[in-house]
Design a binder for this molecule. Structure first.
Ligand SMILES: Cc1cc2nc3c(=O)[nH]c(=O)nc-3n(C[C@H](O)[C@H](O)[C@H](O)COP(=O)(O)OP(=O)(O)OC[C@H]3O[C@@H](n4cnc5c(N)ncnc54)[C@H](O)[C@@H]3O)c2cc1C
Ligand SMILES: Cc1cc2nc3c(=O)[nH]c(=O)nc-3n(C[C@H](O)[C@H](O)[C@H](O)COP(=O)(O)O)c2cc1C
Length: 1187
């Protein structure tokens, strides 16, 4: 190698003319670690291409000093030992210094260096160090650190997959038994039936150096080596010393060549204990050769998982002295080094003789021939047993790709050529011809002295220190089960499961919490709303579960929007990277020219992004464009690309309604993107249909995904599974676990409602409620509500107001009269829940307040906090069954709840509210506390604001369609919508609590000159009234000629022509230039929908949106919105002579430019029709959806 034989100087040492020429009196300073400002050229001698390493010059930024072994005039890079930082624990000052560098790296990796969070974290660490002398790394920081240490491992050829490392957090372990349990789990997980998972287990950090945790074994799995009197060895010669150590501790092996060494573990600086590893969890491969039958007779074997367990992780100033990590084998490690090294199994002559080669020949090329065949045997045997292995050629190529990639994204890649080049056929592999720069970055895996070297051995007969007896796995398991079953499950919770939800009306949130209860039995589970989630930690997730609904026209709920945007952004980046990578690999220095698909270009509109994504995905363009790389394909070679989320396992559940064309679309989109990003899908996405069997589908999915996840992470303990399974059947909130108690705080009703809604509420006084549309025969009423604010409010036309409703008094009273645990309906109480907390001594139970129910009177709870009008769900019905004193009634109700499809049918036909259910079961006497805890929260309802602050700065106007319908297919009693009826019945001076929800994508254009087209049948007209008020005000205060305004309004009957006079006035004044009215059900009037008028005015509309950059607004129910969008496309196709695809693109571009605006209400406008049609379809397909 040119750079080794002296023609180039070592960058960290020796004289360097440019940089190190500052000689003092002719004396050359000893400049260890000079920071070279310029790039270090590294040549590839095969393709005659020079790359440059810049990363080395950032060592101080990326790391802190790690000395290299080279002297001034001698390069020592072939010396085995890499000097570490020594054994003395760091001082608090040193810890803080390292922490700063590391935390900076961490936040830079999350694109948030110097952010508030970054600074806060540094302050937090400083405080913790000041207080305790050290600090604890957060989970994600340690995951990042462990992965980066692998990335920095100069000697590892297989680190292209550095992102793909599963972190098993063992920092809460305190005993050697706990360590053993964790390491058995590590072995099981990483073995994974031969499809090896890379994993790392990390135990508690070093404190004062006297309480270290150590794994004494060099690797978790190893064969003993017994030195014989004649000096020969039975077993692995490399393990002779460690075998002696085990024997000294009292271990006795069988004395065969293949005895598995015990795990020798010391916790908290205590004496070591040894544990036999159950043989059944160790996967071994027996060697045979595809051609030579005699090979099998040699009796060679090796284990599947190479797990290094004696290195120390140095991360952020913290040292982890007990770690175990594994990837998978490269064939030469076993075939050349283990089997054929002269100081190991030394098989080369035996194999050559069996092959019939002349083993006396000189030169001894027979050795090379035999070595190839040993490699063939090893690869063949691993592949036969479907155990992951990589050959040295593939590994080298993968590493070359990794080098190029690292040069591109990181500016360099420290590598130890001597270790990287494989031990056979070196010059046939590309790494041989590649110059490499060797330097050391932190985080890092460092060598440390063997644990037994520093251990103070005391003779058993004289000393006080006793060596612990051995334990067998089964004994331990039994003992643990007997002493504390919980202990075992606590130990198992080392795999983190993150459950993210996005929810508009709260169902997904509830489902996510239910899921967390189940996963809590086996995983370290966290449940979070997508909007609160720190997105950049996604790549460090191990198990990610998503529960999300869909809103609008297939878009995320509000609290999922940002997550979706960031996901698309990540996909975009990933795509760019892959294109760049491909180009740089194929064409050397070819300049990058990416053709990022449109879908992945940064979209300003989430609606456009999601639409475009699904369009492309459905055409499978993305799948073709992004050649997904799997980390390993079963038994085979590792591939050369690791995607951003390749280490994340995931599954998605979508809530939605098949009434919508884009059923569960958000969930499906998230599922596809995670897949595109390389995450590992544990189960296909499942959608739960609110029109049919949603809950049942969810329960089945949660059970399936729990089982799959347990299998994936080898958490198969029977007890744990059974406990979790029980959670599916049990209603956790029962009379034994829930009761009313004294209020723990004194909140007034507003504060209590603010707490439950997590929103600051404004108080409004009712000025007026009046009917503005009424059609008696169909029970259709629309009211105008004028609310006066009691404080300053800020809104824009197009925004929404969310109203906190009250349940109807008659229903509340009927329920209160049945409760057994309330004497005074108006006395403040607190719902208390018996909470269980796991402690080292077992479960501790204590009563605590219910998380979502603040202190309030029973009357207030049932009036304002819980939903009593939506037909009760299974858990409520189950509880009610148990509260029936009449056995016949109880049996009847049990029969109902036994089949959730029956419940669905019953709900659909009767749509019973809670009081009606109680009326049907007169013996039912429930406890109010349990009911309140089981019922879903009463949700605020949104209304489009029908006023403009420019005209009414203190008031907000609403246009409310009162929901009234009959059950039993239109023949039963009337049901009333909660909030619309509440608003309808308000009288002058009454108070209403509400908050404003911004709808920034539905605001008027900034320029008054921009034409606007408004399409809004029914109450879809609501926001447009605010628009025309605002436009009128603008016109009155502006000289500029306004753009054209067109309004398309539709209703069933003439009586429902809302704001008729006002519209006429606006037309007269020129505020609205074109107002169209479509009437669809009036006898004697031609049946027309708004689309018909859009069609008629097509040329005009087309001109306004294409040439005049007009804005198009649609408001109302989803079906109408879909039809209108389709109509608009037809108009563009017709008048602009576009193809269908071009018209699609045009609408997407309008969304992106924020010129196509939708405000969608769901299906309340035509609920009955849509429900029954969709329900039939859903029913037909339900078997498939729940299968
Ligand atoms: C962004 C947005 C803006 C909105 N703007 C407005 C607006 O400006 N004006 C307006 O009036 N509404 C608007 N809504 C709708 C509004 O939020 C409420 O959904 C609506 O008022 C009904 O609420 P409720 O409490 O009266 O009815 P609920 O008590 O919530 O009952 C409604 C439910 O009743 C059931 N239902 C209704 N009809 C039938 C039927 N025929 N058969 C069986 N079941 C039926 C359905 O399950 C439906 O979900 C808007 C909604 C959204 C999301
Ligand atoms: C305004 C509105 C729009 C909706 N749009 C869709 C949709 O496009 N696709 C879908 O599958 N479901 C749609 N739904 C149904 C919801 O996803 C469904 O009610 C879900 O159960 C709500 O769950 P959440 O409470 O977690 O938000 C819509 C509901 C409403 C009210």
């Amino acid at each position: 190698m040119e750079h080794i034989n002296g023609s180039r100087k070592c960058p960290f040492n020796g004289e360097s003319e440019q940089l190190n020429g500052d000689k003092d009196n002719g004396f050359v300073k000893t400049p260890l670690r000079i920071k070279l400002p310029q790039a270090l050229p590294l040549k590839n001698h095969v393709i005659d291409f020079e790359s440059a390493d810049n990363l080395h010059s950032k060592i101080d930024e990326e790391s802190t000093s790690v000395p290299v072994p080279c002297g001034e005039k001698v390069c020592l890079s072939s010396v085995m030992h890499i000097p570490g930082r020594g054994e003395t624990p760091r001082t608090p000052e040193e810890v803080y210094k390292e922490a700063q560098v590391f935390i900076k790296q961490f936040y830079r990796s999350m694109h948030s260096e110097d952010s508030v969070r970054h600074r806060q974290r540094i302050n937090e660490i400083k405080e913790e160090i000041d207080k305790t002398g050290t600090y604890q790394l957060h989970y994600v920081e340690l995951v990042f650190g462990a992965k980066t240490a692998w990335r920095n491992a100069t000697r590892c050829i297989g680190r292209a997959t550095w992102r793909n490392l599963t972190f098993l957090d063992c920092r809460s372990v305190t005993t050697a038994t706990g360590m053993f349990d964790a390491l058995c789990r590590h072995i099981k997980y990483s073995t994974n039936k031969g499809n090896i998972n890379s994993a790392i287990s990390i135990f508690p950090q070093r404190t004062d150096g006297k309480h270290d945790y150590r794994i004494w074994n060099p690797q978790l799995i190893g064969y003993a080596g017994y030195r014989q009197p004649d000096g020969s060895v039975i077993g692995d010669p490399a393990r002779v010393e460690f075998t002696e150590v085990c024997k000294k501790l009292g271990w006795k092996g069988e004395g065969t060549a293949w005895d598995i060494l015990p795990l020798v573990l010391s916790a908290d600086g205590k004496a070591p204990e040894y544990f036999d590893i159950p043989r059944e969890i160790i996967m071994e491969v027996e060697m045979e050769h595809p051609k030579y039958d005699w090979f099998k007779e040699l009796g060679m074997r090796w284990y599947a998982v190479p797990a290094v367990s004696n290195m120390r992780l140095d991360c952020g100033g913290i040292e982890f002295t007990a770690t175990a990590f594994n990837g998978w084998y490269m064939s030469t490690e076993i075939a050349c080094r283990t089997f054929c090294d002269i100081n190991r199994f030394n098989m080369i002559e035996t194999v050559a003789s069996h092959m019939g080669l002349d083993v006396g020949a000189n030169p001894p090329i027979w050795k090379d021939k035999a070595l190839v065949e040993v490699n063939v045997a090893v690869i063949h045997s691993f592949q036969r047993d479907q155990v992951t292995i990589i050959d040295h050629h593939t590994a080298s190529e993968t590493f070359m790709n990794h080098l190029k990639n690292e040069n591109r994204v990181r500016g360099g890649c420290p590598a130890d050529w001597i270790w990287i080049v494989p031990p056979m056929s070196s010059s046939l592999t590309p790494v041989f011809h590649q110059e490499m720069a060797l330097y050391f970055l932190r985080p890092s895996y460092d060598y440390q002295p063997p644990a037994w070297k520093n251990y103070k051995w005391i003779k058993p007969d004289t000393g006080t220190r006793t060596v612990k007896r051995k334990f067998h796995f089964k004994q331990i398991a039994r003992a643990v089960r007997f002493t504390s079953k919980l202990f075992s499950s606590a130990l198992s919770k080392r795999v983190k499961a993150t459950i993210l939800y996005a929810s508009e009306t709260g169902k997904s949130e509830q489902y996510a919490k239910d899921l967390a209860t189940i996963f809590g039995h086996a995983f370290n589970t966290q449940v979070q709303c997508m909007s609160k989630y720190d997105f950049y930690s996604i790549e460090h997730e191990t198990l990610l579960l998503i529960v999300a609904s869909t809103f609008g026209d297939g878009v995320p709920p509000t609290n999922g929007t940002e997550f979706m945007r960031l996901l698309l952004e990540m996909l975009n980046e990933e795509k760019q990277n892959q294109v760049e990578e491909k180009l740089s690999f194929s064409a050397g220095s070819t300049p990058y020219s990416s053709s990022t698909p449109r879908s992945l270009k940064r979209m300003t509109s989430i609606l456009a992004a999601s639409m475009e994504f699904s369009r492309q995905a459905s055409k499978q363009n993305l799948q073709r464009e992004i050649s997904r790389s799997s980390v390993k394909s079963g038994m085979g070679a590792a591939s050369d690309q690791i995607s951003a989320l390749s280490n994340v396992r995931f599954a998605v559940f979508g809530l939605g309604s098949s009434a919508y064309r884009k059923f569960g679309h958000f969930a499906v989109t998230v599922d596809s993107i995670l897949d595109e990003l390389g995450a590992d899908r544990l189960m296909p996405v499942v959608r739960g249909d609110e029109l049919f069997g949603q809950e049942q589908t969810f329960r089945k999915w949660s059970f399936d995904i729990f089982q799959t996840a347990c299998e994936t992470f080898c958490l198969d303990e029977n007890d744990m599974m059974k406990d979790a399974e029980r959670a599916f059947d049990l209603t956790p909130l029962t009379p034994e676990t829930v009761r009313f108690g004294k209020p723990l705080a004194d909140l007034n009703i507003i504060k209590a409602l603010e707490a439950i809604n997590r929103k600051q509420l404004s108080t409004f006084k009712v000025e007026e409620v009046k009917v503005i549309g009424k059609h008696e025969p169909t029970d259709s009423t629309t009211v105008f509500v004028n609310l006066e604010s009691q404080e300053n409010i800020h809104y824009e036309p197009g925004d929404h107001i969310a109203v906190i409703p009250s349940n109807p008094k008659d229903i509340v009273d009927a329920i209160l009269s049945r409760l057994t645990d309330v004497d005074d309906y108006d006395k403040k109480v607190q719902v208390l829940v018996l909470k269980e907390k796991l402690t080292p001594t077992g479960i501790v139970k204590s009563w605590g307040s219910h998380d979502d129910l603040p202190p309030a009177s029973a009357r207030d709870i049932f009036t304002r906090f819980v939903d009593i009008t939506t037909p009760p769900k299974t858990p409520v019905l189950k509880y009610l069954a148990s509260a029936c004193t009449d056995e016949k009634e109880a049996a009847q109700m049990r029969d109902l709840v036994a089949d959730s499809n029956k419940i669905d049918d019953w709900n659909y036909f009767h749509h019973p509210h809670l009081a009606e259910v109680l009326a049907q079961f007169p013996s039912c006497r429930p406890m109010g506390a349990v009911l309140a805890a089981l019922l879903p929260p009463l949700q605020p309802r949104r209304y489009s604001i029908s006023s403009s602050p420019a005209v009414h700065d203190k008031n907000i106007h609403l246009t409310v369609a009162v929901v009234v319908f009959r059950t039993q297919n239109g023949n039963g009693p009337r049901r009333y919508g909660v909030c619309s009826t509440y608003l309808q019945n308000l009288t002058h001076g009454e108070e209403v609590l509400a908050f404003i929800k911004k709808a920034p994508t539905f605001h008027l254009p900034k320029q008054i000159t921009a034409p606007i087209i408004m399409v809004g049948p029914g109450t879809g007209i609501a926001p447009f009234r605010g628009f025309w008020h605002h436009r009128r005000h603008q016109i009155q205060h502006s000289e500029v000629k306004p753009g054209q305004v067109s309004l398309y309004f539709g209703c069933k009957y003439k009586e429902m022509d809302l704001y008729k006079e006002e519209k006429e006035l606006m037309v007269k004044e020129g505020v609205i230039n074109n107002a169209r009215l479509a009437i669809s059900r009036e006898a004697g009037v031609e049946k027309k929908y708004v689309q018909a008028f859009l069609d008629e005015d097509g040329a005009d509309i087309s001109r306004m949106i294409t040439q005049e950059k007009g804005h198009f607004y649609v408001c109302g129910d989803i079906k109408m919105a879909e039809d209108v969008q389709q109509k608009l496309k037809e108009i563009i196709i017709k008048h602009e002579e576009m193809t269908e695809e071009e018209a699609d693109d045009f609408v997407i571009s309008m969304m992106n430019e924020n010129r196509y605006h939708q405000d969608i209400y769901g299906i309340t406008f035509r609920t009955a029709e849509v429900n029954s049609a969709s329900r039939e379809t859903a029913k037909r397909t339900r078997c498939e959806s729940i299968r």
